[in-house]
Design a protein around this ligand. Sequence first.
Ligand code: DX5
Ligand code: ZN
Length: 222
Amino acid sequence: MIQLAPSILSADFARLGEAVQMAEEAGADLVHVDIMDGHFVPNLTLGPQVVSSLKKMTSLPLDVHLMVENPGFFIPLFAEAGADWISIHVEASHHLHRDVSLIKELNKKAGLALNPATPIHLMNDIIREVEYVLVMSVNPGFGGQKFVEATHQKIRNLKNWTNGQKLSIAIEVDGGVNLDNMESLLKDGAEILVAGAAIYGEADPPRVIAQMREIIQRYNRP
Ligand code: DX5
Ligand code: ZN
């Protein structure tokens, strides 16, 4: 099941409620919410209070991507605020097993996120514990960046690995995803597509979501 997750990072921050409602009406599956702390990445976004307000605006699951140092501190705060999925960066956590266990104890979907230069084998001893892996296809911190082409091979390698181990772990791709490259990413094995600037940076975001949905439908057929 392929899922589309618009990233509100590229929406108008003064109108985030409208941005998530538009995504839901246009046919999105998830809302991708980027949390940045100014330490792990050189940018700041939003905190649990905003997530809590957004939760009231949509029935779609909130896919919270924590780009923060010390994720163990923030996991309970965002879980309480209404996050449904929580991913943490393998580069940011000193105690991955503890932090992943915490997400699961709070009954949220647990994901691991990898920067473009981080090899997939670092997840060797933890991958069985998570439900999804978020593969960053740009360096985290900003929307609207250029897709890192090496991500195609990385996703194929990860897909081979999870298939070989018979693991049902979804691959999420995040950064520089657009109408031109999404089909090749689906062929690589990505199942959750995050798109920010390609949706909210366009004049007619609902139309882009509809076009993305059309492509996804072709891959969702049995
Ligand atoms: C980047 C964020 C992404 C970002 C993607 O650090 O994690 O989720 O919103 O935006 P686009 O699709 O514009 O690259
Ligand atoms: Zn993200």
